[in-house]
Design a protein around this ligand. Structure first.
Ligand SMILES: [Zn+2]
Length: 664
């Protein structure tokens, strides 16, 4: 085995990749594809090449349940007069989502759904088992709360059927629903400011209901420990840990100075809390010792009609609800006919999908633990930053409970193989946070393919650097302000293929056709090329291990441009001396560099890489990292008779979209 000067990253023996589940009330838009799915797919493909394709499972699926879907089904029926059933309504979008993924070469092992087919059945069983395990372990409690009820419609209202203003201090979300805002702040329905029912358009009333809750509030300490561990490991993006930490604060109440004056005036005493008063701030903070203490404080302020806001802190995590479109909760104690709230159920859906997939390939579904929990595996979850509360807090605490780690258990958490969250920042559209209700409609995934090839878009989205900050997607054909003579920035990254690598490959093929009878010269590779290639591979591997996809695209750019430069420089010398030996050396050197570059490109642009491989007449070992530094002959079925495929003049290995071709 070759020794390398710098340590190579370690990869798990097995891996599961998940991508956040799209809601089943629409097909996929650019944000699903460009913000999450292409990244997840690229990483799954990379790991398949790196650790073996049978050692990687990539799952996602349609999130079929939830109040947004109930609301849009109702809206669709009201607007069109259609009587389509809920199942049919959601199923059509599930099929459209599957097609959109395939159109981008996004290839999960299973794209399931929480309601349909075998994955839907398995999901019901998994949901039952998980609920029972949490219940038996003492991790659930019954709570009676107030839920919105629309007297005019005579219906309980769930989640998105109520719209108001988020009660969290400083919240910048544009929408808040019954008990969470668009940014994931959780609160009691009674805290929502100015609630309106979407059924009647009127202010709903509050009625008492009982539900099952997971004791998330008791896991604050354990989650603190998890964050500290992950900070030390330096494998999770700091942004993820910072956002997670935000949710782990002590329960607090914020009061403006004007309202605080009333508290002082009325001589009200808030107990079990510390007052934090920073001179320059417009409000003061009461930080409570416990959630109960805050509830008491809150009740006192409410009774005196003093206005306040509450801060982020962990509250019990609701598992059930009374929507009739959902996975049934096992009837337990005196609580009957409940369904799971969509969020918790979608957190364990990837486990249901893993089991379904294992069953489909003839393996024992019980083996899922080997993929999710054992020491040899790693789970990578690709999500948007808005969902960190659910995946990073609720999921991790439920996982601890499932594994028998109680809230006060002081066992070392470094024994727990936590799933790794790979959260991307927002993908904006034309510099704003896209919303389907805005004036400029963000493009759906399939619309983009009328203007770009899938590989141009894959390269572009990967290069944006969403691991660090929100970035805007500005496709020229969709930008009403774009100027005619301006270049389309969306094409920049794909040009590496359609221009630079295309020219280089062509040159290799034509020169070889002319001077070496399409035979790849079997020569020792020059030292400078070996060095360039090694650096390219190691940089790429290290950035892939950190899921820094934009850096991976820079590494590829440097490598391919270096090969191209070397070609131009050396071929000029060879041509001026009319030196066939030199020409052969350049062909051998360049094709070696190109074959490594193709292995590196394979996870990013699988179709383009396959296309080039076919013309090179190399076998599929080209995609395996077991051979990454091997000579090109390692990939030839028969090195003695091997030839490159003959190509005609003006041949293209990497094509542009037909709409981009210059009309002659
Ligand atoms: Zn909020």
């Amino acid at each position: 085995m070759k020794q390398f000067k710098r340590p190579r990253p370690e990869f798990p023996k097995r891996a599961v990749i998940t991508a956040g589940m799209p809601y089943g009330n629409k097909s996929l838009h650019f944000g699903h594809i460009g913000g999450v799915f292409i990244h997840a797919d690229t990483y799954a493909r990379f790991l398949k090449d790196r650790i073996g394709k049978d050692n990687v499972i990539f799952v996602s699926g349609t999130d079929c349940y939830g109040s947004p879907i109930v609301a849009s089904h109702k809206k669709y029926k009201d607007e069109t007069g259609s009587d389509i059933s809920m199942r049919d309504y959601v199923h059509q979008f599930h099929m459209l989502q599957k097609k959109a993924l395939a159109d981008y070469d996004i290839a999960p092992s299973l794209y399931g759904s929480s309601a349909f087919d075998r994955s839907g059945q398995v999901h019901k069983e998994v949901s039952n088992k998980l609920f029972d395990a949490l219940y038996q372990g003492g991790f659930l409690k019954k709570l009676t709360t107030k839920q919105f009820f629309d007297p005019k419609a005579n219906e309980f209202l769930n989640g998105r059927q109520v719209i108001g203003t988020c009660p969290f201090e400083g919240c910048k979300s544009d929408k808040a629903y019954a008990d969470e805002c668009a940014l994931g702040h959780q609160y009691q329905p009674s805290e929502l400011i100015d609630p309106i029912s979407i059924l009647s358009g009127e202010k709903p009333i509050l009625k008492e209901v009982s539900n099952w809750y997971f004791i998330l509030d008791e896991y604050t300490e354990q989650l603190h420990k998890m964050v500290e561990l992950q900070r030390k490991e330096r494998k999770v993006r700091p942004m993820v840990l910072n956002i997670t930490n935000e949710f782990l604060k002590d329960p607090a109440i914020y009061v403006t100075r004007k309202e605080q004056a009333k508290i002082l005036e009325k001589n009200l005493v808030l107990e079990n809390c510390t007052l934090i008063d920073e001179a320059k701030k417009p409000s003061v903070t009461y930080e409570f010792d416990s959630l109960d203490a805050r509830d008491t404080g809150r009740a006192l302020l409410e009774s005196q009609e003093i206005r306040f806001r509450t801060g982020k802190t962990l509250v019990p995590f609701r598992l059930s609800g009374n929507s009739d479109w959902g996975v049934p909760v096992p009837n337990t104690d005196d609580l009957n006919d409940l369904t799971f709230w969509v969020w918790p159920e979608s957190l364990w859906a990837p486990i249901s999908f893993t089991q379904t997939y294992l069953e489909s390939i003839g393996q024992d579904p019980k083996e899922w633990r080997k993929w999710w929990i054992s020491d040899e595996t790693k789970v990578y979850q690709f999500i948007g930053e808005d969902n960190i509360y659910f995946y990073g807090i609720a999921e991790m605490a439920m996982l601890l409970a499932y594994m028998g780690y109680g809230p006060n258990d002081d066992r070392d958490l470094s024994e727990v193989n936590f799933p790794r969250l790979v959260a991307n920042c927002h993908l904006l559209f034309l510099d704003t946070k896209a919303s389907s209700s805005g004036t400029i409609k963000p493009p759906m995934a399939d619309e983009l393919l009328n203007h770009y090839t899938k590989d141009q878009l894959r390269m572009h989205f990967l290069s944006l650097g969403l691991s660090k900050k929100s970035v805007s997607f500005n496709p020229k054909p969709f930008d009403p302000k774009a100027k005619e003579n301006e270049a389309d920035v969306t094409l920049k990254d794909g040009n590496l293929l359609t221009n630079v690598l295309n020219r280089l490959l062509r040159s290799c093929f034509y020169t070889s056709q002319k001077y070496t009878e399409s035979i790849v010269p079997n020569l020792e590779i020059s030292e400078n090329i070996l060095k360039t290639v090694e650096k390219g591979v190691l940089d790429y591997e290290s950035n892939m291990a950190k899921q820094e996809f934009h850096r991976v695209t820079y590494n590829l750019d440097s490598l391919i441009r270096a090969l191209s430069k070397n070609w131009a420089k050396e071929m000029k010398i060879a041509d001026s001396n009319d030196d066939d030996q030199h020409r052969s050396q350049i062909i051998a050197d360049t094709l070696y560099g190109v074959k490594v570059a193709l292995t590196l490109l394979h996870p990013l642009v699988p179709e383009s890489a396959e296309y080039a491989r076919n013309y090179l007449n190399l076998n599929e070992t080209l995609w395996s990292w077991d051979y990454i530094f091997e000579p090109i002959t390692a990939h030839m079925d028969d090195p003695i008779t091997h030839k490159l495929t003959f190509i005609e003049p003006r041949f293209d290995f990497f094509e542009k979209h037909e709409s981009q071709l210059v009309k002659r």
